[in-house]
Design a protein around this ligand. Structure first.
Ligand code: KG4
Ligand code: ZN
Length: 346
């Protein structure tokens, strides 16, 4: 069976076709250049860009999968879209496109949880969902908008153990990059700078928050901001004050070390306390090399990451969610988008 899927939660417009476990196509249009000058995603611009690009990615995805347009009845067996969490206007674009496609194909419409998509992206290998996750496991989902720790007991059977109380991990990377005058998105920029660090630099606190499985990264961001104010003066940001390149690298390394150590320790502690031997990490921040290395060094756990191409937002992972849910008989037809979707089992 072929599944056509759409992803429009934030700043990537994507459509994909999955046939059985084989990914036939995964067209992604990244809006990063559009949002770069604002150092963050501008929701209205994102919605407009989704509207403009969705026919393009859809055409690309169908063409590569050898499916003729306009869609004929039965051309695909199901249509999936990310129903949340995400930006309201952006989600609506994916939903409307999916509804139209489902109507034409006479196929069921399956709304999936975007974060479950990030988890299941770990199953792709060389264009096929050929490495099914083994449950139970602890899932760490780290993106621009979310940092969540789940107890995953099976497809569609998840319990949220912890969430960020303020900034998501990716958001902290983006904000720290902005404070340092680095490029957007901040994650890859901070990682690149951190790799250049030489010698001793500052150290920042680790926001472990003992006694809870929740996360908090806004204090760490503030610690970086105080450090910069100490070096460059209180109004450094307004004046466009910048550290010399060598020192930027040291701050990036110190910040990244703190985020990585916090994420790895809290995930490992949680997994251990629940007797879980497997960990899966998904979302944009999971592309980070230092995070991957730190998890790989953990003893006593089998740790899974997705291939780097599937860490950031894409419709392939949305299609895979629909497939796993169809196989498990745990899907719901839905037309409703839910920007604040917090139910992991949806
Ligand atoms: O999952 P994603 O593509 O979109 C959301 O669902 O939010 O995640 C985007 C986030 C951004 O905050 C970006 O800075 C971060 O992932 N990111 C990284 C890296 N690549 C992307 N953070 C740290 N290191 C990276 N290499
Ligand atoms: Zn995402």
């Amino acid at each position: 069976m072929k599944i056509l899927a759409f992803e429009t939660t934030c700043d990537e417009t994507s459509a994909a076709v999955l046939e059985g476990r084989a990914l036939r196509s995964n067209a992604v249009y990244s809006q990063v250049p559009l949002h770069r000058k604002y150092s963050g995603v501008v929701p209205e611009l994102a919605s407009r860009a989704h509207l403009e690009k969705i026919p393009v990615v859809l055409g690309g995805a169908l063409g590569r999968a050898g499916i003729r347009t306009p869609l004929k009845r039965g051309a695909v067996g199901a249509v999936a879209f990310s129903r949340g969490p995400g930006l309201p206007g952006a989600l609506m674009v994916g939903r409307v496109a999916a509804e139209a496609a489902a109507e034409l194909a006479g196929a069921p419409l399956i709304g999936v949880n975007h974060l479950e998509g990030h988890l299941l992206a770990c199953e792709f290998e060389k264009g096929s969902a050929s490495r099914p996750l083994q449950f139970p496991l602890a899932a760490l989902l780290v993106s621009g908008g979310h940092t969540e720790l789940w107890h995953a007991r099976g497809y569609g059977d998840y319990k949220v153990l912890g969430r960020t109380r303020d900034d998501a991990a990716g958001e902290a990377f983006d904000k720290v990059a902005k404070l340092l005058g680095l490029d957007y998105p901040g994650g890859p920029a901070v990682e690149r700078e951190a790799a250049k660090a030489k010698g001793k630099g500052p150290e920042f606190p680790r926001p472990f928050m003992p006694g809870t499985r929740d996360f908090s990264f806004s204090g760490l961001k503030t610690a970086v901001s105080y450090y910069l104010a100490g070096r460059l003066g209180q109004d450094f940001y307004k004046r466009g004050g910048r550290l010399p390149p060598g020192e930027i690298a040291l701050v990036c390394r110190a910040f990244q070390d703190s985020v990585v150590e916090t994420l790895v320790k809290k995930t490992a502690e949680t997994a251990r306390s629940l007797g879980l031997e497997r960990i899966a990490v998904g979302g944009g921040v999971s592309a980070n090399g230092a995070l991957r290395k730190a998890f790989a060094r953990l003893e006593g756990f089998e740790v899974r990451f997705s291939e780097k191409a599937y860490c950031s937002d894409n419709a392939a992972m949305v299609a895979l969610c629909a497939l796993r849910r169809l196989e498990a008989g745990k899907y719901r037809n839905s037309l409703r988008v839910d920007p604040g979707l917090s139910d992991p089992c949806w």
